[in-house]
Ligand binder design. Structure first.
Ligand code: GUN
Ligand code: FE
Length: 417
């Protein structure tokens, strides 16, 4: 069954440019984009048209780094820095997910809010708890969200009620891989929290699981000077944080998504690029709990793959569109305070990171070019009475001042939700 949708259409043409099709028709068939035309093609004259005139149709967003259990803490304790924030605010909340009923309540709200804010693809952290994480995978899969969800692994330097034994942690992770790797939309991914809370044995055993199941990994990578130093002290045989995961065999089994990547050494960059891995900029989070800024422009120019993350609850806003705006702002501060080698990024580059570049992890998502999975949003209500804005300007304004109320329609796998 084919359908046509009428709107202004905007998506990323490439890293530096937006493709803009004003007042056009997009054909969607079997959940995928078939084509875009300024007038209805003759052969589609009898196809029904959904009219979103005046609205701008854009691809749905991808959140490459977000903690579902921390949803309850968004906007709280934002005056702490990483180490204190983890121990005083984050770990005590995560311990509560031993209760599956509590987890269900939060995870339902989390998934609903992600979709409300236009995120339809995501790399999500759970907690160490298998039952709660299973529920999250099932809930996201049922909603049609293309994504990866990880049961967190950590076997040192965490409070007693969040500490696992390495063997038990690996056993429970394998059970999730067995059960959910064949899912249609949302699949499990290995999620060692970060170097300070993982022993070498745990990481090596996870590396073996990665090989056995052909599954990738997400973690926090060179996210703060404290974390990078801990990695050096705890793994003296490795030259940098990223090498810890390379040596453990965790880099070449599937997509690798490294959150933050704010203080990489040349070795970190080399290893990430060797495996075509993704670094994730989480602008709000790094301003709040890390106080560091990624070298986004410089890394993009070196061909690094970079997506954006809300990093709830180190970040406070679940909408990835807000992070696209913040990424532009932070790149200016980076250029201003550290001009050597750094440059500001453009809005099209930030939008590309939030859609097309990151969407590639999940298949043909993050775009509206023909062949793309039709996961899309219609945004509206952002013009001024005194002056019209172009479709591209509306998209930029949405990222700066839009809210979920400006998303007038949502399509996932071609179906309106
Ligand atoms: N590093 C280790 N755990 C976390 C976390 O939950 N959030 C952030 N932002 N950094 C981390
Ligand atoms: Fe995080």
């Amino acid at each position: 069954m084919m359908k046509l949708i009428h709107a202004d259409i905007v998506y990323s043409e490439d890293r530096a440019h937006l493709a803009v099709h004003p007042d056009s028709y997009i054909a969607v068939e079997k959940g995928k984009v078939k084509g875009i035309w300024p007038v209805i093609p003759e052969e589609y004259r009898n196809v029904s048209v959904t009219d979103h005139s005046g609205g701008v149709l854009i691809p749905a967003f991808s959140d490459l780094h977000v903690h579902a259990p921390q949803y309850l803490n968004r906007g709280l304790e934002m005056d702490l820095l990483l180490e204190d924030w983890l121990s005083k605010c984050t770990f005590p909340l995560e311990a509560k997910y031993a209760d599956p009923g509590f987890a269900k309540l939060v995870y339902d709200a989390f998934v609903d809010d992600m979709l409300a804010n236009g995120t339809m693809h995501a790399c999500v952290y759970g907690t160490i708890h298998s039952e709660a994480t299973s529920y999250l995978i099932e809930r996201m899969d049922k909603a049609g969200i293309k994504g990866f969800v990880g049961k967190i692994n950590m076997d040192r330097s965490a409070p007693e009620d969040l500490l696992e034994d390495a063997e038990e942690s690996v056993r429970e992770t394998e059970a999730l891989l067995e059960k959910y790797s064949g899912n249609k939309n949302t699949k499990p991914i290995l999620t060692p929290r970060f170097a300070p809370t993982c022993t070498g044995k745990l990481l090596y055993d996870l590396g073996n699981l990665g090989k056995k199941y052909g599954v990738g990994m997400q973690t926090h990578l060179v996210e703060s000077l404290w974390e990078a130093e801990q990695a050096r002290v705890l793994f003296p045989e490795c030259s940098c944080d990223t090498e810890i995961y390379e040596k453990a065999g965790l880099m070449d089994n599937g997509p690798v998504i490294g959150g933050h990547f704010i203080f990489p050494s040349e070795d970190d960059i080399r290893i990430m690029q060797k495996y075509d891995s993704y670094a994730v900029q989480c602008p709000d989070a790094t301003v709040s709990v890390i106080a560091g800024i990624m070298q986004t422009g410089a890394l993009l120019d070196r061909g690094m793959k970079i997506g954006l993350g809300s990093d709830i609850s180190a970040g406070h806003h679940i909408g990835v569109y807000t992070q696209a705006a913040r990424a532009v702002q932070l790149s200016k501060l980076k250029e201003f305070y550290e001009p050597e080698g750094n440059r500001k990024i453009s809005f099209p580059e930030a939008f590309w990171m939030a859609t097309k570049q990151s969407g590639d992890i999940f298949g043909a998502t993050g775009s509206l070019e023909p062949g793309s999975v039709f996961d899309a949003l219609v945004i509206d209500g952002l013009s001024d009475a005194a002056r019209d804005l172009s479709p591209a300007q509306i998209v930029e304004r949405f990222c700066y001042i839009g809210t979920k109320e400006n998303i007038k329609a949502r399509y996932i796998n071609g179906k309106q939700i």
